[in-house]
Unconditional design. Structure first.
Length: 230
């Protein structure tokens, strides 16, 4: 079943007199429960595609359907509501709040949506346990390794029970062994929780393990490979 459907989506930015066509006529379907990689050189449109799928931006033309609902013309408040309810984000720089410990960082999205403190804490503990960091809940980001910080970021993305997680270069700041372990975790969460993952990456080792791949160049889809999901 389709989670996202993009129908001839383009995104154009106006920079003074210069028109930048970041995405051009992209049509794409992402099924619920799948794992998809987005690849391409710098400037290919990967970040723009992630922003549109994450409802952080709206297309200039075309439609983006989430669970069959056209999100293209929604106002920012409605997009924010859908983002908070359905979508999680994992960034290459982790984006953790340095003065908060791991548990407090994971609780943040729930507190923003006015979840009770006790319920937020319970769910954050469960999310940290799911990524193997229950013992590190009181540690702040600077007390954690890069791999552990990224696991906290994944727990934060999952704590709202997001259906769709966008991971932007999630292994970029990790050594190869830690990166492989992190992907093992993502693969397990995808299989066990049926969470849909979109990974924008240049990591060739990661790409070898993701059979569903979209290749972008100059804002256009130049290949859409759908291999057998592991």
């Amino acid at each position: 079943m389709a989670l996202f459907e993009l129908e001839r989506v383009s995104r154009v930015y106006q920079l003074g007199d210069l028109e930048v066509r970041a995405l051009q006529d992209v049509s794409l379907t992402i099924d619920a429960g799948e794992m998809r990689a987005v690849m391409g050189p710098s400037g290919a449109g990967k970040a723009t595609l992630c922003h549109l799928l994450g409802l952080l931006d709206a297309p200039t033309t075309g439609k983006i359907l989430l669970d069959g609902q056209d999100t293209s013309d929604l106002d920012e408040n409605r997009r924010a509501e859908l983002r908070n309810r359905k979508i999680g984000f994992v960034f290459q720089n982790f984006s953790l709040v340095p003065v908060l410990n791991a548990l407090e960082n994971v609780q943040l999205p729930l507190l923003f949506r006015a979840t009770g403190e006790g319920e937020a804490r319970r769910r954050a503990v469960e999310a940290l346990d799911a990524v193997g960091l229950a013992a590190c809940s009181r540690q702040r980001p600077n007390q954690l390794s890069g791999g552990q910080q990224q696991r906290v970021a994944i727990a934060r993305a999952l704590v709202t029970e997001a259906e769709f997680v966008i991971a932007d270069e999630p292994t970029a700041n990790l050594d190869s062994e830690t990166a492989a372990g992190l992907f093992d975790l993502i693969q397990r969460l995808n299989a066990e929780r049926k969470t849909t993952f979109l990974l924008a990456t240049h990591d060739t080792h990661l790409l070898q393990r993701i059979p569903h791949q979209v290749s972008l160049l100059d804002g256009r889809v130049i290949a859409n490979q759908r291999g057998k999901q592991p």
